[in-house]
Structures are given as C-alpha cells and as structure tokens.
Design a protein around this ligand. Structure first.
Ligand code: CA
Length: 417
C-alpha cells in the first residue's frame, strides 16, 4: 500500500526533497559516540525509530523494540513486509499534519546534518546483473562486433556474476584508486600500475527481505514479495584491470575494491506509483522468465562529476525503466537452479544506460572508450575519473506533484595508496 498522495507532514519538507511523508525509507544512523539506531527520514529530519518505539507505538504490532536498536536493518527487514509496512503506515500517521500530538516526538528528531549515516544492511551475498540492453549493446559495439553487439545468450538469460559483499560501502566513503595488472596498448607483457581507466557504473540495487531454502526457486509472480527495497548503487570499475583479467571467468579485481550504496532503502511499496512497462522482449523468453504486469519503474537517474574545489557537472541522465530484464526476472533466474537467498542480499542491476548519448551510465560509454572528451562546467574535460573527483548519483520518481527519491550516493576517488 502506498501512503496517501495528498498527505503532508508537520515536519518541514523542502521543495524538491526526496523525502516527503509518502517515502518513509529505512536506514541506520549514528550520532557521536552513541549506539547506532534504525531511522527513517522526512525532509531534512532523521527520525530515530528506537526513540519512537519507546513511546509504545509499535507494541500492538507485536514488534520487539530491540530491532530498532541495531547497527543494521537485517533484523527489522526479517520481520516481514506485513510488519515493516505497518511501521511505515504508523510513522505516516504520527507525522501527518493532522496529528496535533507532536511534543512527545521531538526527542526522536535530528537534523540530518548532525548524524552520520551507516551501511544500512549487513550484506551476505551480492550479485551484479548486466540487464540494460543499451549498455550491453554499447559495450559489445566497442569491444566486439558492432554488427553482433549482443552475445547469443543475452536475450535469453539475465546475465550476472557473484561479486564481493565485504567491499560494498555506504555513500560518503571515499575509495582509493586501485592498483593491479594492466596490459598497456600494443604490449604483450602486463605491468603493475595504478588503474589509468577509473570508471563508475550507474546502477540500482534491490535488497531481499525474505530467505529461501537451498533447492527452492522463486517464480516471477512471487519475486516482489522477496524484495524489501531499493538503493542507488555505484559499481566502481577499473577498466584496464578488468580488460586484462576478465577472460575466462569474468570480473574480479577490477570490480571488488569498493562499490557504493545510497544510505536509505526505499521500499518497493513507496515506489508503486512509478510502475511502467519494460522493453518488449523478443525473442520470447523461457517459461520461468515470463511475467505479467508492470515490473519496470520510472525512476530518473542522474550522475554528476565534481572535480576538487569545483562545482558538479551532470554528465548522465538515465532512467531505471530502461532495464531489459526486470527485478522479478532477475530473482527468478538467480534461484531457478535452487540457489538460496537471504535477508540483506544485494542484487545490482548492471549499468543502466538509455538509448540517448547523454543517458549512458559509465564514463566508458560517455567517452566511447576514451575517444571523446566529456566537458565539465569549469572548462576541464574527462575521459575517465581523475584523482579527487567526486561521483554523485541521484535518483527519484515524480508523479502528481510528489517526488520520492533516494538521496545521493557519493564517493570521492582518492589517489592510489
Ligand atoms: Ca556492474
């Protein structure tokens, strides 16, 4: 259930905020030396849900308040959608402008600038898909055959690989440029060097909220019951390391030195208004990948590059609706062989490019493998990310005057260590 679109909060919500009362995302914050707590956010105000829970407002839902006194959302998410959605609904009632009983909640409210957001979930497993047809086509054109850009399996399988969970970090964490083996152009022997081709990948990730047993499979029409919510995701990529290492077993050290998520998990329920059709899938997919209904989401995505001491330039405008394979199909495919899933797993979409040149979701595509320069507001140009550049990803849906967004996913690339 979505929260009433006409609702307003008694907490001030700035114009163009990602966090109206209809969003109610979940995250984890810490203030100073205190214990981390589970929180939500309205406008620029973080709401400490452990403090709210101590007012006894969730006791009729049979929720143990201790799930809010945690460093990760996993135990809260594991309560199940019925309870977590009831919590969203209750928060919407407490902070609705019609509620005049406001004084008792003041101690739960903190300005967002006074807290530090932490990694929202403890990630057990991480999968990265490759589900944007425009991205896969661009990469195929650049590195293989422009006439046969997609590999023969691409339109039959939501292609993916298992990545590294431990190096997924929260927005605001800065990442050092990785070092590794690269094969300089025209050479036959590799050298050891800091990556010279640092890139971002604009992605959206979903977090699972229910587990399955080994051997179980999730059908597409049940997949969304297992999806708790979504975050923005920056799959930082060292293209030169990746290029030398990826045959035959796929991405490894070019990808696992740091991936960045936005701190608030926006629930699937909050994103209901933005459902839309996906690309028509042709050829027809196998039965276990067939689906009904609208499974794509119209969520505007933007990437900004900010050089040190300069203003940010928007270098990409894309949309989550450009996914060829939707999340229900990805999860059905992930589990079709009996692979089990857990609460807090992260499944990233793959780079989300659209059909237009300014909608490409990586520097690799924007600069067309380094053949073109990307112009910045301060007069600089880029082909790949330079040291001390900050990459900012933003995402939001907008309908009937209500904007629901993710907040920013920010990381700065530091010089190699
Ligand atoms: Ca990726």
């Amino acid at each position: 259930m979505s929260i009433d679109y006409k609702a307003k909060s008694w907490i001030q919500v700035p114009e163009n905020s990602d966090f109206p009362i209809q969003n109610i995302p979940f995250g984890v914050f810490v203030k100073g030396e205190s214990q981390p707590h589970i929180a939500t956010r309205i406008g620029d105000t973080v709401i400490d849900l452990f403090a709210v829970s101590e007012g006894g407002v969730f006791t009729d839902m049979s929720i143990d308040n201790r799930v809010f006194n945690k460093s990760f959302l996993n135990d809260f998410i594991a309560l199940g959608k019925e309870k977590t959605n009831a919590v969203r609904q209750r928060i919407a009632e407490i902070f609705d402008i019609k509620n005049t009983d406001r004084e008792k909640w003041q101690t739960a409210l903190l300005p967002v600038k006074d807290v530090q957001m932490l990694m929202p979930v403890k990630v057990g497993d991480y999968t990265d898909f490759y589900s944007s047809i425009d991205h896969a086509t661009n990469v195929g054109k650049m590195f293989r055959d422009p006439e046969n850009a997609l590999l023969p399996n691409w339109k039959h399988i939501p292609v993916g690989y298992h990545g590294r969970a431990s190096s997924i970090v929260v927005s605001g964490t800065n990442i050092h440029r990785p070092k590794g083996q690269i094969l300089p152009k025209g050479e036959t022997q590799p050298i050891f060097s800091p990556s010279r081709l640092m890139d971002f990948e604009l992605e959206v990730a979903f977090v699972t909220g229910k587990k399955t047993a080994l051997g179980d499979s999730i059908p597409t029409n049940e997949a969304e019951d297992y999806i708790f919510g979504l975050t923005l995701f920056n799959d930082l990529s060292a293209r030169d390391i990746q290029k030398w290492e990826y045959v035959p077993l796929g991405p490894f050290l070019g990808k696992n030195f740091g991936s960045v998520v936005s701190p608030w998990i926006v629930t699937l329920e909050a994103l209901e208004p933005f459902r839309t059709e996906g690309y028509k899938q042709d050829p027809e997919v196998l039965d276990y990948l067939k689906y009904s209904g609208k499974r794509n989401f119209d969520i505007n995505l933007e990437v900004y590059l900010q050089p040190e001491n300069a203003e940010p330039t928007r270098i990409c405008q894309s949309n989550f609706k450009y996914m060829y394979w939707n999340m229900a199909q990805q999860l059905a495919h992930q589990t079709v062989n009996g692979c089990n899933i857990n609460v807090g797993d992260v499944y990233a979409s793959g780079t989300i490019s659209g059909p237009e040149k300014d909608s490409f979701g990586s520097m690799l595509e924007l600069s067309w493998a380094g053949q073109k320069e990307i112009k910045l507001k301060n007069g600089d140009t880029r082909k790949f990310i330079q040291d001390n550049d900050t990459i900012i990803i933003k995402g939001y849906g907008k309908k009937d005057g209500v904007r629901i967004g993710f907040g920013a996913c920010v990381t700065k690339i530091l010089p190699a260590k």
